[in-house]
Design a protein around this ligand. Structure first.
Ligand SMILES: [Zn+2]
Length: 267
């Protein structure tokens, strides 16, 4: 057995420089380690690589069962890996017979919602050179997980946008902190759906979005450190009760925060 493993290790020298850490599954965030100076391409799209060879990428909720990762070393060697992406089952809830007012936002809100969508989109497109995504994440709030990534509701037969965050229930007014350091690219206290919202750019296209806060303590453009308080937990915006909803994006791809962090510690 050991001999066979040694043989494999020796027979595949191209694999020596490449390591991938993370969960190869829908919503998973992967941190790669290649040789310094390597070029990385995922499904035909270039992935930004740090001078030390580290890089980050992830898979969306509806990612197909495989992806192709190509890593070219500065010495001209190219390794292609087919990544198997585990497919998950999502919690789908059908609710019928709701009054229409519960399913569509009230009229007259279109302009406001459009403006808020645009602000969120612009904040998430902010890409910096920071490498805070490589740090071990800490939970921005502690408590019972009351909502999971990927779940979806079908209201009166109309599929709503899947839930892309992990919800942590907690007492109103408890602190919410930065899961890892970064630059605040959006800090607003009263968005229609989100209530108090903070978006933090962790670098290389990775960002955290934290919503439903009843108070926001940071400003756009501010640098925050890991664990720094950014606001207070609440039920602001369209929230059924006090909780923090935390989302992670990688360049427009929604990742599952629960897969990027160690399990919630006992409280
Ligand atoms: Zn939520």
């Amino acid at each position: 057995m050991l001999a066979a493993m040694l043989f494999l290790a020796i027979a595949c020298p191209a694999h020596a420089g490449l390591r991938l850490d993370g969960q190869m599954t829908q919503g998973g965030m992967i941190i790669g380690h290649a040789d310094p100076g390597a070029a990385v391409v995922l499904d035909g799209q270039p992935v930004r690589v740090a001078p030390d060879g580290r890089f980050v990428f992830g898979f969306g909720r509806d990612a197909p069962p495989s992806a192709v990762l190509q890593v070219s070393s500065p010495d001209g060697q190219t390794e292609q890996r087919i990544l198997a992406i585990a497919q998950r089952r999502w919690d789908i809830q059908r609710i019928d017979g709701l009054p229409p007012s519960k399913v569509t936002p009230p009229p007259g809100l279109a302009e406001r919602l459009k403006r808020e969508r645009a602000a969120i989109g612009a904040a998430r497109r902010h890409v910096s050179d920071a490498m805070f995504w490589a740090e071990t994440l800490v939970w921005p709030s502690r408590g019972r997980i009351s909502g999971v990534y990927g779940s979806q509701r079908i209201l009166n037969g109309v599929p709503k946008q899947p839930h892309y965050g992990v919800d942590v229930a907690g007492p109103k007014g408890s602190p919410v902190s930065a899961p890892t350091a970064g630059i605040v690219t959006l800090a607003e206290s009263d968005f229609y759906y989100e209530g108090g919202i903070v978006i933090i750019d962790h670098g290389y296209g990775v960002s955290s979005t934290l919503i439903h806060m009843e108070r926001v303590d940071v400003k756009t453009g501010e640098s925050v450190g890991q664990g720094q308080r950014i606001g207070l937990l609440g039920a602001a915006g369209r929230a059924s009760g006090p909780h923090l909803d935390w989302r992670i994006n990688w360049n427009g791809v929604r990742l599952d925060p629960a897969l990027a962090i160690s399990p919630m510690p006992d409280n």
